[in-house]
Write a protein that binds this ligand. Structure first.
Ligand code: ZN
Length: 433
């Protein structure tokens, strides 16, 4: 199968690691000079840029965390002025403060390059037409995938999410061969096709897909592939890194992490490197990012990494499936949701008590979120209209903060379970089998 950038993609490991160290040292030097935040991090451990002589020395630099992004909202971590910034994306962060990511033209180019390599690696070419289900706008999935596919010369149908029957009509009328979107939306497409009597194998030309943005398992993938006849490739990324970045090749055995763009560490609970293939916490350094650099950033995801050469011929390391989170972030319908965001909305409303509970279900792999909140004693009423209005107010505020719909249930004071110590606010009943 073809390569997008064969020289880089097949570079021997030793050469790649030499390149990584060189880029890493240059980035540390640059950040030390340009970023007050990073300068202070280095000083806190008495390090100078020249001390970073190898990867072990690099590991002495303190982590960068999600709370650092919150504390430096909106753009204090940018290291270039706005006249060098070409685009800004915004995603949900903790406690109501979103994460704002800036991109220089080079940042956009590198992001697009990483997707162009990934798409080529599972067999997409300029002959393909990609139907992009990802939302266009502040979410990075839509535009990221869009430009990646255009870069390899494919045709893009930028249809975005929703209006499923129209999606299915267009994928029959046009020579669509590939999809990009969340796994749950692809299940929804498959269900809707069944209902409409459309057979994806017979009535469309769709053969390939990229799926990401939410947790799922290999058994879900097998089911979806069996149902649709479409070969589906995983995708990993986060807005802090640029957006979706790393894709699975045609071997479907892990996501290729482009080592010239990212240095990925997998660490155990003591912060020491895990053995290859062993699960640990992901910490990423972006080697060429300009506007919003990441150095030793804790992704809060758990996975493993192997440098074992892939059967596709690519030498870059591969990331295993994401097997969990180290924080309380939930991914619901592809959207990042922090319980703290819900808590702050509840806090805004005088008629609600602070007692709440979030329940997640996924009937047919389609996520549904229910938020139960106890009414404040003083606002108890039998007036159904008043109750309906309170529910509506909460539901619409949650929708505007979270960007997804939550079912809201107001309950009587004292009915939700009380906890000694740390409250358990979330019951996640979703199954990925
Ligand atoms: Zn491969």
């Amino acid at each position: 199968m073809a390569f997008w950038n064969e020289e880089i993609e097949t570079m021997p490991r030793e050469e790649l690691e030499r390149l990584q160290l060189r880029l890493l040292r240059a980035k540390v030097r640059e950040m030390y000079d340009k970023s007050a935040f990073f300068h202070e991090k280095m000083r806190s451990v008495n390090m100078l840029p020249d001390d970073v002589t190898d990867f072990d020395a690099f590991r002495r630099i303190p982590f960068m965390k999600k709370t650092d992004l919150r504390d430096n909202y909106p753009d204090k971590l940018f290291t270039v002025p706005y006249d060098e910034i070409t685009r800004v994306h915004v995603s949900s962060g903790t406690t109501g403060r979103p994460t704002v990511v800036g991109y220089t033209q080079n940042d956009l180019n590198n992001w697009t390059e990483s997707l162009a390599r990934g798409m080529t690696s599972f067999g997409m070419t300029k002959k393909d037409m990609l139907q992009n289900f990802h939302g266009y706008g502040l979410f990075t999935g839509g535009l990221g995938v869009h430009y990646g596919a255009e870069r390899i010369g494919a045709t893009v149908l930028p249809i975005s999410t929703g209006n499923t029957e129209r999606q299915i009509q267009l994928m029959q009328d046009l020579p669509v061969t590939a999809w990009a979107g969340t796994p749950s939306y692809m299940f929804h497409i498959a269900d809707t096709c069944d209902r409409l009597g459309v057979d994806i194998r017979r009535d469309t030309k769709v053969k390939l897909a990229i799926a990401g943005g939410e947790p799922w398992s290999d058994s879900m993938r097998n089911k979806l592939q069996d149902r649709t006849g479409v070969r589906i490739h995983n995708c990993y990324g986060a807005s802090e890194m640029s957006g979706p970045m790393f894709l699975e090749c045609a071997e479907q055995s892990g996501l290729h992490v482009w080592a010239d763009l990212a240095y990925m560490e997998i660490l155990d609970e003591n912060g020491d490197p895990c053995a290859e293939g062993e699960k640990g916490e992901m910490v990423v350094t972006m080697l060429q990012k300009e506007a919003f650099p990441l150095i030793r950033y804790k992704m809060n995801d758990i996975s493993s990494l192997t440098w074992e050469k892939c059967d596709c011929g690519r030498t870059h390391p591969r990331l295993g499936r994401i097997s969990g989170r180290t924080d309380d972030m939930l991914v619901v319908r592809g959207v990042n949701v922090f319980p703290s965001q819900i808590e702050s909305v509840i806090g805004e409303m005088a008629f609600l008590s602070p007692f709440y509970h979030i329940t997640l279900e996924n009937d047919n792999y389609m996520d549904a979120m229910t938020v139960e909140v106890e009414l404040n004693e003083e606002y108890l009423t039998e007036d159904m209209n008043a109750l309906a209005n309170m529910s509506k107010q909460l539901a619409s505020r949650l929708k505007s903060i979270l960007n997804i719909k939550a079912e809201v249930k107001l309950v009587l004071p004292g009915t939700l379970k009380r906890f000694e110590g740390k409250a358990k606010h979330v019951t996640d009943n979703r199954s990925y089998e």
